[in-house]
Design a protein around this ligand. Structure first.
Ligand SMILES: [Zn+2]
Length: 184
C-alpha cells in the first residue's frame, strides 16, 4: 500500500497566513489510485495554502513529466506538463451552500484535509486529448501486434454479422474498424 499520510494537512493547528508544501510524485503515488488514467510520472507539486478565518485557498503548481500511452502503438509517451490549479476550502456547516467545482465544503468540526485525490485529479487534467509519438517514432512491433489484433476482431465481427438475419443493422464499431483498416 502506498503511504499517503504526507498528503494529509492538519490545518486546524495552522496559524492564519501562508503555508508551503512540496510533494514529489512518482509511480507509487499513482498506484494508490486505480481509477487514474495516468499510471506513471515524475512530478513536483508546490502547494501554497492561504489560511484565513473563513476559508483556505490552495494554489497547486504542478510541473514535471507524465507517462502516457500512444494512441497508435500503445507504447510509452513522455509528456512534459506545467499547470496551475486553485481550490477553495470554505469553512461552513451549511450543507445547502451552493458550491462550484472549485470549492470544497469543510465543516468546522474537521481538522485536516487530504490533498492527494485532488492532486491526482489535477494531474489527470493535464492529459492531452490525443497522445501520439512523433512521426516515425512509434514502436513498430507494437503497431504490428495491434494491427493483427484489430484484424482478428474484424474477423469475429464479420462472422457475427453473417449470423445475423438483419444485415442492415451494422454494429458501428465494425464500421470504425473497417475505416481504420482502409486508412492503412
Ligand atoms: Zn506510438
Amino acid at each position: 500500500m502506498t503511504d499517503l499520510t504526507e498528503y494529509i494537512i492538519p490545518f486546524s493547528g495552522y496559524k492564519i497566513g501562508n503555508h508551503n508544501f512540496t510533494f514529489k510524485i512518482q509511480k507509487t503515488f499513482f498506484d494508490a489510485f486505480e481509477y487514474s488514467e495516468i499510471k506513471d510520472g515524475d512530478l513536483v507539486v508546490e502547494l501554497l495554502l492561504e489560511k484565513s478565518e473563513t476559508m483556505m485557498i490552495a494554489y497547486f503548481d504542478i510541473a514535471g513529466e507524465i507517462t502516457l500511452e500512444c494512441d497508435t502503438c500503445l507504447g510509452d509517451v513522455i509528456e512534459t506538463v506545467s499547470k496551475k490549479y486553485r481550490q477553495i476550502y470554505k469553512f461552513t456547516d451549511d450543507e445547502d451552500l451552493n458550491l462550484t467545482d472549485e470549492m470544497t465544503h469543510v465543516s468546522f468540526k474537521e481538522f485536516e484535509i487530504n490533498v492527494a485525490p485532488l492532486i491526482v485529479e489535477f494531474i489527470n487534467l493535464c492529459k492531452p486529448n490525443k497522445v501520439n509519438h512523433e512521426e516515425g517514432k512509434c514502436d513498430e512491433e507494437l503497431t504490428e501486434m495491434l494491427n493483427e489484433y484489430l484484424l482478428v476482431e474484424e474477423h469475429i465481427e464479420i462472422e457475427s454479422i453473417n449470423n445475423e438475419e438483419d444485415e442492415g443493422d451494422l454494429d458501428p464499431r465494425w464500421n470504425a474498424l473497417r475505416n481504420l483498416k482502409n486508412k492503412q
